[in-house]
Design a binder for this molecule. Structure first.
Ligand code: NAD
Length: 240
């Protein structure tokens, strides 16, 4: 028994990459998972998971999902704010060059999206809950990533403040700071950046979604019952 049986967990951006692996891992632990994404999942989801179209930047989509979940399950226990984007210039972008459109979009998806998720899902966490925000080592200033790093730094701040506000309702809020993880998102990353970053990883390899998913499941579960408001790097040792 993992303690996640009969608990409903929402995973944004769960159609592919890290979110997909988080979905598989949570479902294997017994959770009922709702994958909320703008794209449909590749291949079959595990039996205990369902897909729901949702744009994390849309308050209407979040309100519709909340109504649906309330009617179907009555309450929700977990939320993984995993959906994210790197921006049109990928990790090569610099603050000096970033366009206002890119800046606004990065903050909208990576920071405002999780805020909307916390607002709408925490209302359904009527018997405690756990929220995990997928930030990044870029959100700790680990490398140049222009607006992406700022949006992920703000997400850490959102986590910390939410953990303080929601703690009295037994809702925990934590962040994971992944390092370089091999997913479709990295298709935009220049090879010279990957080579340079690899030399900074003490464990000597890039990460996989399988490195992050067990940590997300742990934070959602009661095994982390007295952990809230923290940032956990999963980065092969980059932040040390
Ligand atoms: P990915 O691009 O493979 O997956 C991102 C998912 O988010 C996709 O399924 C996409 O459709 C979804 N998404 C994007 N915009 C959305 C929106 N507006 N509404 C709903 N869903 C949306 O990337 P990934 O590597 O799996 O990234 C997962 C999270 O991890 C992101 O927040 C990312 O910033 C973060 N992260 C990634 C890395 C890495 O190296 N890959 C490192 C640190 C942090």
């Amino acid at each position: 028994m993992s303690g996640l049986e009969e608990r409903v967990v929402i995973v944004t951006g769960g159609a592919r990459g890290q979110g997909r692996e988080e979905t598989e891992h949570l479902a294997a632990a017994g959770a009922t998972v709702v994958v909320a994404d703008v794209i449909e999942p590749e291949g079959d989801l595990p039996g205990a998971a369902t897909y729901r179209h949702l744009d994390v930047t849309s308050p209407t989509d979040w309100a519709d999902l909340a109504d649906e979940l309330k009617n179907t399950y009555g309450s929700v226990f977990g939320l993984i704010n995993n959906a994210g984007i790197v921006g049109s210039r990928g990790r090569a972008g610099r603050l000096e060059d970033i366009s206002l459109d890119d800046w606004n979009r990065l903050l909208e998806v990576n920071t405002t999206g999780p805020l909307l998720g916390i607002q709408s899902m925490s209302r359904l966490m009527t018997d405690g809950g756990s929220i995990v925000n997928i930030s990044s080592i870029a959100g700790a200033g680990a490398h140049l990533a222009a607006g992406y790093g700022v949006s992920k730094w703000a997400l850490r701040g959102l986590s910390r403040i939410a953990s303080m506000e929601l703690g009295p309702r037994r809702i925990r809020v934590n962040s994971i700071l992944p390092g370089y993880i091999h997913t479709p998102m990295q298709n935009q990353t220049p090879q010279h950046f990957i080579d340079a970053h690899l030399s900074l990883i003490p464990l000597g390899r890039v990460g996989t979604p399988g490195d992050v998913a067990p940590v997300a499941t742990f934070l959602i579960s009661d095994a982390a019952a007295w952990i809230t408001g923290v940032d956990i790097p999963v980065d092969g040792g980059v932040l040390g």
